[in-house]
Design a protein around this ligand. Structure first.
Ligand code: SF4
Length: 129
């Protein structure tokens, strides 16, 4: 088992980046790893989305060439959240917020402002009755 997997991942990524289309067996050799350890590193990098493997035939044997396809930063998923429905949430400007809670002096369960807000947004989304 590879002891310092992060070290080998970084080293493998550097080699893949600097050698466009490196054979995975060549990568393992240059890292000093056996095929099992090398495959593990390659699969981890592929799962992170920073490399891709392409099947090739070399000397009559099927193997893979490895290509760098981008940094993990570039592959991060962007999640867009629409906050428009909570922009007018009465709690955000409420002077009683610090005293409000299920067992507080003020409660969202009995608050008329929250009730009105919920009803207003329920009718906007078409889910209200
Ligand atoms: S639930 Fe009502 S009282 Fe409580 S913080 Fe929100 S607006 Fe204020």
């Amino acid at each position: 088992m590879v002891k310092n997997i992060e070290f080998y991942e970084a080293k493998a990524l550097e080699l893949i980046k600097n050698n466009k289309g490196i054979l995975q067996s060549e990568l393992w050799k240059r890292l000093g790893l056996d095929s099992r350890e090398g495959s593990r590193i390659v699969l981890r990098l592929e799962r992170k989305g920073v490399i891709k493997r392409e099947g090739v035939i070399v000397n009559g044997r099927r193997t893979y060439k490895l290509y760098y396809i981008g940094s993990s930063e570039a592959k991060k998923v962007r999640i867009l959240v629409d906050l428009s429905s909570i922009l007018d949430l009465p709690c955000s400007t409420c002077q009683f917020l610090s005293q409000c809670g299920p067992h507080g002096v003020y409660s969202p369960y009995t608050c008329k402002l929250i009730e009105d807000w919920v009803l207003r947004h329920s009718s906007i989304s078409g889910r209200g009755g």
